[in-house]
Design a protein around this ligand. Structure first.
Ligand code: PEP
Ligand code: MG
Length: 545
């Protein structure tokens, strides 16, 4: 199977034959016009014809996809009164060239100017100039606009498509679109999205001899598969089903609060591991990030990542999500997340070993680099810093002391910092048992049920052989969660869950009755969880808030 990768325009899955489209080209000479006056008349009547065509396309799209999608053709009509048209007239009247040559030169000059613009919106307008140029040349040569070669259900492949070509396609036969060039801001892209067609652009690996081949287009992940096996098709179809369910949930729940029928509100946040997941946070309408596992920055680097690099990564996420809260957990490396440049020794029991806060507190410079980066990033959003693997009070106090030291250093250096909250993960039974004392020190707790279950039940979470012994709903773990929530609330701090159990819909009501204030789950679970919360009725004296 061959594959090609592009850039997403519109999600969806298409399976069918590929059809390659090559637009006709015109040979145009520099020949002078014998009679510039009649040449100008030819130009003006071509322009009138193109204007009529654009009006007809506008009406067609209004009827099929609404006024917003059709606006491009009004823009085209206006462009027919633009400076590039006056330039064409001058080439005909002053330089006495034929209308075809004037169109090519006048429109190509405008094309170059648009393509060189810094603003991506204006750069994308070059496709509209190209569209009008082709339409003008068709009119001058007396040709009808190209009818595209789709005569059976197909995935259309083209170097680029103009908005007019896109609209003239018979969409009952069009399964999806793959372009070798193109821009995400172009009107063609906007039309593909509003027609709901799977579409990708800048898919440069497409080969000419793929014409007619059976293929699958994955618009969600911007990939084209040539002659895909049955299993791949099945998994793409399953993906489409999931995505459609998500879209339905989004249309039902986007912007709605995560509130029970009787008005108890709970925050639903997303867990992320990488700045690139910001898009998933937004597209799933999460209310913020409850756990940003900062290990990515260490795992993606060959050397200890400098403060500046960390600052830029954290800042990017905070800015993209502001004013939503973002909780960044300090490094939780060691155990299963080995980092070569830290030279960590192999251990008999890594889960009980030198990891997370234990590394940070014994390698102060390493820890300070991250804390300084976080403090600087806090000026750019709503940040919470969270310390993992806490087992006693002195660890939290030491973390806070080092954080204070970093803040003082930065203030002396004149660096900008912002307000932030501090919290800890409750993921060891020791922390749950000490929750009353720990709550005095921090602004929030977040229950890491993955480790809390591992350490409470003495079941290595990495060992598949003993997975059968694991009861995710072990009452001992639920009891520790309950104790932690009660202790947190006695000291007026928020308590959330960021381990996998937070996404377990069969426990949502239990957690709400316990009074859990926040649930942070993988982005794909945000909306199903919100739906679940909105179906629950608690009682007057129960629940969060
Ligand atoms: C947890 O332990 O529940 C948790 C959220 O942290 P991680 O899975 O990264 O250990
Ligand atoms: Mg953990």
């Amino acid at each position: 199977m061959k594959t090609a990768t592009g850039t997403k325009i519109s999600g969806g899955i298409a399976v069918g034959k590929l059809k390659l489209y090559r637009p006709k080209t015109y040979e145009i000479s520099e020949e002078k016009a014998d009679d510039p006056v009649s040449e100008l008349e030819r130009f003006e009547s071509a322009r009138e014809k193109v204007r009529e065509q654009q009006r007809a396309l506008h009406e067609k799209v209004v009827a099929e996809a609404g006024e917003d999608s059709a606006a491009v053709f009004e823009v085209h009509e206006m462009m027919l009164d633009d400076r590039m048209v006056s330039a064409c007239r001058e080439i005909i009247t002053d330089q006495k060239h034929k209308a075809e040559y004037a169109v090519r030169r006048g429109f190509d000059n405008a094309l170059r100017q648009f393509r060189n613009m810094d603003d991506p919106y204006f750069r994308a307008r070059s496709a509209d100039v190209e569209d009008l140029k082709i339409a003008m040349l068709d009119a001058l040569f007396g040709n009808e606009p190209d009818s595209l070669p789709v005569t059976e259900p197909s995935i259309l492949v083209a170097d680029d498509l103009t908005p007019s070509e896109m609209v003239r396609l018979d969409r009952s036969l069009l399964l999806g679109i793959v372009m070798r060039e193109g821009s995400t801001n172009s009107h063609t892209a906007i039309l593909a999205r509003s027609f709901g067609l799977p579409a990708i652009i800048r898919c440069r690996e497409v080969e000419d001899d793929w014409d007619g081949k059976y293929a699958a287009l994955d618009g969600y992940d911007s990939r084209l598969y040539i002659e895909p096996p049955r299993e791949l098709i099945d998994s793409l179809m399953a993906k489409r089903k999931d995505e459609l369910e998500k879209e339905t949930l989004l249309s039902e729940l986007k912007g709605k609060p995560s509130t029970t029928i009787d008005g108890h509100n709970i925050k639903v946040y997303a867990n992320i591991c990488d700045p690139s997941e910001v898009e998933a946070v937004l597209s799933n309408d999460a209310e913020g990030v409850g756990l940003f596992r900062s290990e990515f920055i260490y795992l993606n680097s060959r050397t200890d990542p400098p403060e500046e690099e960390q600052y830029r990564a954290y800042r990017k996420v905070l800015e993209a999500l502001a004013p939503r809260p973002v909780v960044i957990r300090t490094s939780d490396i060691g155990a299963d997340k080995a980092i070569e440049y830290l030279d960590l020794e192999k251990e008999e029991n890594p889960a009980l070993g030198y990891r997370a806060i234990r590394i940070c507190l014994s390698r102060k410079d390493f820890f300070k680099r991250q804390l300084r980066a976080l403090l600087r990033a806090s000026a750019h959003g709503n940040l919470g810093i969270m310390f993992p693997m806490i087992t006693c009070l002195s660890e939290v106090r030491e973390c806070k002391e080092i954080l204070g030291e970093c803040r003082r250093e930065l203030e002396n250096e004149g660096a900008e910092t912002g307000n932030l909250e501090t919290g800890i993960m409750i993921e060891t039974p020791a922390a749950a048992l000490l929750a009353d004392e720990l709550a005095e020190e921090v602004d929030f707790f977040s229950l890491g049920t993955n480790d809390l279950t591992q350490y409470t039940c003495a079941i290595d979470r990495q060992n598949e052989k003993i997975a059968a012994f694991l009861d995710a709903h072990n009452p001992a773990v639920l009891k520790l969660i309950q104790m932690t929530v009660e202790a947190g609330h006695r000291h007026n701090i928020r308590v959330g869950i960021c381990g996998e159990l937070g996404a377990d819909l069969s426990l949502t009501e239990t957690f709400l009755r316990m009074g859990v204030d926040e649930l942070s789950v993988n982005p794909g679970s945000v909306l199903p969880l919100r739906k679940q919360i909105r179906s629950i009725t608690l009682g007057e004296n129960e629940g969060p808030g």
